[in-house]
Design a protein around this ligand. Structure first.
Ligand code: ADP
Ligand code: MG
Length: 436
């Protein structure tokens, strides 16, 4: 099976620029486990010669011995190693990548800082450090901190957007691809685990429920390496998944004082797992969303049904998930549309509309005093949808004092017209962009 490489054009372009530059560069690439850091640099090294060093564990000695082998030079200490790479790149460019850097950042960072200050102006070394979020930003922040100030580029790697994920899922229908993305999110590793030859149900079984299923404990595992009290954070995400989206609602749900809760929310935000959505149109409290669909799915279904899974009542769990999947995917679809539409409406202010009276519109794009108004529907479209949208259009036009507004209904795969409302498919939006 040939394995393909997707997305990451901008990241590769940035790294290629680093490789071509004639001065010393210190690049930090960080992101969650499985997000594609190693693959990105492997690809980069196919295009640019360089040395790849993988830190197997916290032992500096071990790192030095594998570095010695790679360079064919005996390094007795980190000073030897750093001196060598900085000096041998005085005239010629040298790319050195250190993967899983966080494992020895405590020892290496202060030294890199020292050598960087002494050599950077006379060297063409391109030092690329890869690490998982925790080690790089949270726990060892005091060790990496000084490097941040010196880094010439800092790249945070995040998951794929829908348009890249659907390329990995090629062969599935648009509706299936939306479903799978709503469940697995943009992490390339999870998407690569999806078996397109089987149906969704058996994939859910194989990935989440079977004994030893690869994603069964994934969120707990990720959070345990990142945080001390993973359960608290899971509860917070469960609250958001259950539709409690303001700080007050979340605080009531998890029974934590708002001041205490804020601490957890901030950490989740810093890890990029949730984000705070300010109301772009009306004054309301901000609301929170879980950014990656994998975490949403997991805290909507898996953590809540853990007891049954542990008791091996797997058929029951599958029925539960399948029974509620359509409404889950319906909400996810709105968010996918919002993200994909925002990317394709330059010059517009694109956001969801919600107000205190409980009115909601999936996507509103405003430019000056005119707007495009989108309702996104995963299920079958009916006349009632068109009617409802026209009503919302009047409401929003009034509230935002618009001089003109055009309504659209967005579906996964149907284009056309319904009662005078243009119907757009997500497929068309992603493949061709918006009609003029
Ligand atoms: N750009 C990509 N295109 C296709 N698959 C990818 C890509 N990046 C990562 N993957 C898949 O995800 C898996 C995990 O990626 P990896 O780079 O090892 O993650 P990390 O180093 O961040 O933990 C890879 O083995 C591969 O299957
Ligand atoms: Mg890796």
């Amino acid at each position: 099976m040939s394995i393909q490489f997707y997305d990451r054009e901008r990241e590769l372009e940035m790294l290629n620029g680093v490789a071509r530059s004639s001065r010393a560069e210190l690049v930090i690439v960080y992101g969650r486990r499985r997000i594609g850091k190693t693959w990105l640099v492997k690809r980069f090294l196919e295009l640019n010669p360089g040395v790849y060093l993988y830190v197997e564990g916290p032992s500096v000695k071990r790192f030095l011995s594998s570095a010695s082998k790679r360079f064919g030079v005996e390094f007795r200490g980190l000073d030897d190693f750093l001196k060598h790479i900085f000096e041998s790149s005085a005239r010629e460019r040298l790319v050195v990548v250190i993967d899983e850097y966080q494992r020895i950042s405590r020892e290496l960072s202060p030294k890199i800082q020292h050598y960087w200050d002494a050599y950077a102006s006379s060297s063409r070394l391109k030092l690329v450090l890869l690490g998982s979020t925790v080690g790089m930003v949270e726990r060892d922040v005091s060790y990496v901190g000084p490097l941040y100030g010196r880094a010439t580029r800092v790249l945070k790697l995040t998951g794929f957007g829908y348009s890249s994920a659907r390329l990995m899922l090629e062969g599935l229908s648009e509706r299936e691809a939306v479903k799978v993305y709503s469940i697995l999110g943009g992490t390339p590793y999870y998407l690569a685990l999806y078996d397109k030859a089987r149906d969704l149900r058996s994939n859910l079984y194989r990935l989440f429920l079977d004994l030893g299923a690869p994603l069964y404990d994934e969120v707990e595992r990720l959070l345990t390496t990142e945080l001390r009290e993973p359960l608290r954070y899971i509860e917070v995400m469960e609250a958001i998944s259950a539709g409690r989206r303001t700080l007050k609602e979340i605080s009531d749900y998890v029974k934590l004082e708002r001041t205490q809760l804020k601490k957890y929310m901030l950490t989740l935000e810093r890890l990029g797992l949730i984000s705070r959505e300010l109301n772009a149109f009306v004054k309301t409290p901000p609301r929170y969303r879980i950014n990656d669909f994998f975490f949403r799915f997991y805290t909507t279904f898996i953590t809540r049904l853990k007891d049954y899974i542990e008791l091996r009542q797997v058929d029951y769990v599958l029925e539960e998930i399948m029974g509620r999947l359509d409404s889950y995917v319906g909400l996810a679809f709105q968010d996918i549309c919002l993200m994909e539409l925002s990317k394709r409406l330059p010059g517009y202010m694109v956001a969801s509309y919600w107000d205190r009276e409980g009115n909601e519109v999936d996507v509103v794009a405003v430019k000056g005093r005119s707007a495009l108004i989108f309702e996104c529907k995963f299920g079958t479209l009916t006349r009632a949808d068109a009617k409802l949208l026209k009503g919302k259009l009047r409401l929003v036009a009034n509230k935002l004092r618009l001089s003109s507004a055009k309504p659209y209904l967005v579906t996964p795969d149907v284009d056309g017209e319904l009662d005078g409302v243009e119907v757009l498919s997500l497929r068309r939006v992603v493949e061709e962009g918006l009609p003029p």
